[in-house]
Design a protein around this ligand. Sequence first.
Ligand code: SAM
Ligand code: SF4
Length: 328
Amino acid sequence: MKDNYGRIIDYLRISLTDRCNFRCRYCMPPEGVEMMEHKEILTLEEIVRLAEISAGLGVSKVRLTGGEPLVRKGVVDLIRRISSIHGIGNISMTTNGFFLEEMAEDLKKSGLTSLNVSLDTVSREKFKTITRCDGLEQVLRGISAAKEAGFNPIKINAVALRGFNDDEIISLADYAVKEGLLLRFIEQMPFDLNHESSFMAAAEIIEMLCEKHGEIEALEYGKRILSAGSGPASLYRYKKSGLITGFITPVSNHFCGSCNRLRVTSDGKLKPCLLSADEIDLRVQLRNGSSDESIRERLISAIGLKPESHELHKHRFGSERGMSKIGG
Ligand code: SAM
Ligand code: SF4
């Protein structure tokens, strides 16, 4: 399926829940957010049906996210069912890693093809400050378990925050090199009021890393190292140490021109763009006896609503939901 700007839409991100065991400061307030009621959340059957209809429209890649996807009951079975859908070649997950130690092996066996773990620091104290949870050791054990289960490469997503983990960037990179992980820095998007003081642009992080790891060269798609796909990240190799890092720059240099994705929130709202307020209710159709054909029509009209670009550069953020409610 192509959208109005000629972009091929083949990637569906599904939020399994708005619940989370962490309270990351760039994502949720300390007290959490008002949770949806259980009946508002799409059932596993509804999610599978949506994935099947999307596959019929050309979606070949599904990512499960949240909230924290691993707190959703039945997630392993869901992966098994989605991975058996004809046309879905890749099913991935973004997780905070807290439950990976116990679940990594089952996730691998169920057909999950790739894993992104969010980790902003390797300091226990800073981890506590950023996530408001004393869970660093648990997450590090989870990453080891995921490696043992055979996930490779594992991508680490780090949000750089001035005043919180800017002095941890080198340690994170060292950890990634030692463990053979692909580290990607994501620019913080303005979901909270403190954004301006903590925001760090990718260029600044690149420079910090250059001091230790040497000059950089840009890597292009298609090189062997990228065989697992780097998504919207620009990848660089540091010449001295060989460190490879990705940078996802929704704020300083958006990648909307190559956007290939649709998102579904855990309550079944389809979002043509993460950063716009548009939402198309799919749940109503999934529950009122609508045919697959009419849901397909609705998906096609949602693709038609994809904007050419978000408007963060004009300091405009269109969505009222935070990341945990949209599914980052
Ligand atoms: N709970 C899972 C996790 O943390 O990986 C999945 C959901 S979380 C919303 C998905 C990703 O969004 C995480 O990598 C997180 O760091 C990122 N994220 C959350 N809020 C963000 C923000 N304001 N700006 C940039 N990235 C953000
Ligand atoms: Fe939870 Fe992920 Fe948001 Fe952190 S970023 S609060 S782990 S949903």
